[in-house]
Design a protein around this ligand. Structure first.
Ligand code: HEM
Length: 423
């Protein structure tokens, strides 16, 4: 009957992904989409969707047709809201740098920013990351042998990446809440599911951040320091113009958005996976060398950057689906990472999964996450320390686990836990 068929069709239309309840709990929806095919048009909307591993991967390689310059398309009506614009005008222009730039612009930025994200720098940060993890666990844990409780997101998963990046961009002396407040403002603007009031608040936060960064840039121009911001200020690549102030500010915004919430989500989601899968957790306790692969499996299942946009530049075809110029192609990395054709029993958390590291949680191709080595290091060190110093970890009785709806980023809001301190 038509009355019955209608809700059914709505629930299975690809744009049903953006319903808040689906965004919060999308895995059954992904299974349905995989069963229907690797791609899906959404007639009557500007969107088209790519679900499969192979085609998400393919799309990231077709940069001439599928552009990352989607910033303006998503800014929509609010970009012209006079009040928001007036606030933003008191700061520096937001420049499309890494994530939202195409070659050759992107190539220049990537070359310059790569200098600040070398493996050498990330390796040199390991001790600092461990010191921060230790500091946070010291504050969270009672004496060895005693039981304790904590809100893991607030007490560990938020401050760890914020403190690591804050130190690297010269903001270590600011309260964590201040840095997080700025970071949240950028994230909320990107997610776009916010009220006009929040948009105005975010614009104010962006401008305050920019003015603060200006003083940090000036200080590093006068005297270089041993951190990522100084590397950006002094980055020189033969034949390329150095980064200017507005460019550096835009890059820092991206580092904070891309680096903080995503790593927080993987820490929280990863711990929940360990709690829910005690046998897998036991394997890591028996052989901590398996933690590195477990981190890959956490990234695969959590996929905190659940999807990313591509703007179709010219009429094209992908996976047999015609996409017109101007279509916003949504690459759903989180669905690709649970593609049964790539990962047998895809919803299972298997710390020994042989191909876990092939996941698309960091994307692929020229826009592949520039911070992937850094966040992998943070996650590795964090779970080494957590498993070394805590056991009997459980979700606190009565805790309600909430994943706020966001089109691009998915992560637990809070994770109340109980545990026993062991070290
Ligand atoms: C678990 C943590 C992280 C996840 C899941 C993640 C995910 C991603 C993904 C999926 C992309 C590619 C977007 C696309 O396809 O267009 C990306 C790009 C990017 N990420 Fe990450 N990221 C993480 C951590 C970080 C960290 C720690 C930083 C830096 C501090 C960072 C900085 C960036 C930047 C700047 C880009 C844009 C690169 C470009 O377009 O060339 N991310 N990230």
């Amino acid at each position: 009957m038509a009355t019955h068929a209608q809700p059914e069709a709505d629930a299975l239309s690809p744009q049903a992904l953006f319903a808040p309840e689906t965004l919060s709990s999308p895995f059954a929806f992904y299974r349905q989409m995989h069963a229907r095919g690797p791609v899906a048009a959404a007639p009557g909307t500007p969107f088209a969707f790519v679900w499969s591993y192979d085609l998400c991967s393919e799309a990231t390689g077709r940069v001439a047709e599928f552009s990352n310059a989607f910033g303006d398309a998503l800014a929509g009506a609010r970009a012209t809201d006079p009040e928001v614009k007036a606030i933003l005008d008191t700061g520096w222009p937001t420049v499309d740098t890494l994530l939202t730039a195409d070659p050759p612009r992107h190539t220049r930025f990537r070359k310059l920013v790569n200098l600040a994200f070398s493996m050498k720098r990330v390796d040199a940060m390991e001790d600092e990351i461990r010191a921060i993890a230790t500091l946070l666990l010291d504050a969270m844990l009672p004496a060895p042998g005693e039981t304790g409780e904590a809100e893991f997101v607030r007490d560990f998963a938020v401050p760890l990446p914020v403190m690591v990046i804050a130190r690297q961009i010269g903001m270590a002396d600011l309260p964590v809440e201040q840095v997080k407040h700025w970071s949240d403002a950028f994230t909320d603007r990107l997610g776009q599911m916010i009220s006009r009031e929040r948009e105005i608040e975010c614009a104010r936060a962006v401008v305050a951040f920019q003015h603060h960064v200006k003083t940090l840039i000036d200080a590093r121009r006068a005297e270089p320091t041993d951190d990522i911001l100084s590397d950006l200020v002094h980055a020189r690549v033969e034949g390329e113009r150095p980064l200017d102030e507005a460019e550096i500010m835009s890059i820092l915004q991206q580092l904070m958005v891309a680096g903080n919430e995503t790593t927080t989500s993987t820490l929280a989601g990863g711990l929940l996976l360990l709690i829910e899968n005690p046998q897998e957790q036991a394997k890591l306790r028996a052989d901590p060398s398996k933690i590195a692969n477990a981190v890959e499996e956490m990234l695969r299942l959590e996929s905190p950057t659940a999807g990313m946009w591509r703007m179709v530049k010219q009429d094209a075809e992908i996976g047999g689906m015609a996409v017109k110029a101007g279509t916003l192609l949504h690459l759903r990395y989180a669905a690709a990472n649970r593609d049964p054709a790539r990962y047998p029993d895809p919803d299972r958390f298997d710390v020994e999964r042989a191909n876990a590291r092939t996941h698309l949680a960091f994307g692929r191709g020229i826009h592949m996450c520039i911070g992937n080595m850094l966040s992998r290091k943070e996650l590795l060190v964090a779970f080494q320390e957590i498993l070394r110093r805590m056991d009997s970890i459980a979700v606190a009785p009565g805790a309600e686990l909430v994943w706020p709806p966001n089109m691009l980023l998915r992560g637990l809001r809070a994770l109340p836990i109980t545990f026993r301190a062991v070290g």
